[in-house]
Design a protein around this ligand. Structure first.
Ligand code: AN0
Ligand code: CP
Length: 317
């Protein structure tokens, strides 16, 4: 594997989940694979899980790890070509990327949507430059439009917890005080669409995702109806994708918060969220603390999804 961005990059999903469960049962069984290989993780945005789980996965594989928080201690980076660099930005991404590539064997990039220009975000301008100019395999650690390490961990978690072959999985929008990217719901939808699950997305009108990611998902605007019979409830906030409201908050309706009453509509569903989560905005204290909440094993599986991705990259170096 040379890049890990979209679901197609991982190939057959059943094989990927099988490999994930093997890795999970034998985390240190591939320790020589990463010997004398260096992972560089570049963060343009904050992280808890991605940073820790990906570093742990790399260490399980025997890799060395360097982490760069671009906004803490590095030179401020210009990302536009052709700009007269007379502002506070001391270095251009076009030099920084190949320099970073020269110090490592694999690069992970976290660079969220900026909401300045929809085209730049959806063309993945920053990620594509890393792919083009670093000379190294690159994987997304949540970029402008995708978060595949999360979606892969979510898939592994559903496979571990499901009680029926073809569960009903409901992605529900929930309210949040700040505008958030579509990356998590985009990837979740893309990966769910690649399974044979019964997959439903529910959100207020105006929150339609890019059809490229929503795929064949059923859209149900009535959250209560969508939740009926659900085996998994996956909550997430996102801002509007469609024009002219790209990146905006259109709704803060607290009746969309996932509460005990909402969960009572489901088939005793498991509750999932990628975290970090705002309690009593997205989900009530009671639901996230309930026996049906699997947010912690879900987060723990981030180590496993990252390890499979790194393992596959290392196997082809
Ligand atoms: C980010 C988001 O919604 O994309 C990261 C989630 C993994 N969340 C926040 O910024 C709160
Ligand atoms: N879920 C997730 O990616 O969390 P972090 O933003 O803390 O990495």
């Amino acid at each position: 594997m040379k890049t890990f961005v979209n679901v197609e990059d991982i190939g057959d999903l059943k094989a990927a989940v099988k490999e994930a469960l093997e890795v999970k049962a034998n985390r240190f069984g591939y320790k020589s694979l990463g010997e004398n290989k260096t992972l560089l993780m570049v963060f343009f945005n904050s992280s808890l899980r991605t940073r820790l789980s990906t570093q742990k996965a790399a260490m399980n594989l025997g890799m060395n790890v360097i982490v760069l928080d671009v906004n803490q201690g590095a030179w401020k980076l210009e990302t536009e070509r052709g700009v007269i660099m007379d502002s506070d930005k001391s270095e251009h991404l076009l030099e920084a990327i190949p320099v970073m590539g020269s110090y490592c064997d694999v690069i992970g990039v976290r660079s969220f949507a900026r909401f300045e220009n929809k085209k730049d975000d959806y063309e993945e301008k920053i990620l594509q430059q890393f792919i083009q100019y670093s000379g190294k395999p690159v994987f997304a650690m949540e970029t402008a439009t995708v978060h595949p390490l999360q979606a892969f961990a979510d898939l592994i978690t559903i496979e571990e917890f499901k009680k029926v072959e073809r569960p009903k999985v409901v992605l529900t929008w929930a309210p949040h005080p700040k505008a958030l990217p579509q990356a998590v719901p985009n990837s979740f939808a893309q990966w769910m669409d690649a399974t044979d699950y019964d997959f439903v997305i529910t959100h207020p009108k105006g929150y339609e995702l890019d059809p490229k990611f929503a795929g064949n998902a059923r859209i149900e605007y009535d959250q209560d109806k969508a939740l009926e019979g659900a085996d998994f409830v996956y909550a997430k906030n996102w801002s509007a994708y469609t024009d002219p409201n790209y990146g905006q908050i259109l709704c803060k309706d607290m009746s969309w918060t996932v509460t005990t009453e909402k969960m009572a509509l489901t088939n005793n569903a498991f509750f999932m969220h990628c975290l970090p989560v705002r309690r009593n905005m997205i989900v009530s204290d009671d639901v996230i603390e309930s026996a049906q909440s699997i947010v912690i094993p879900e987060a723990a599986n981030r180590e496993i999804s990252a390890q499979v991705v790194l393992k596959r990259i290392l196997e082809q170096l």
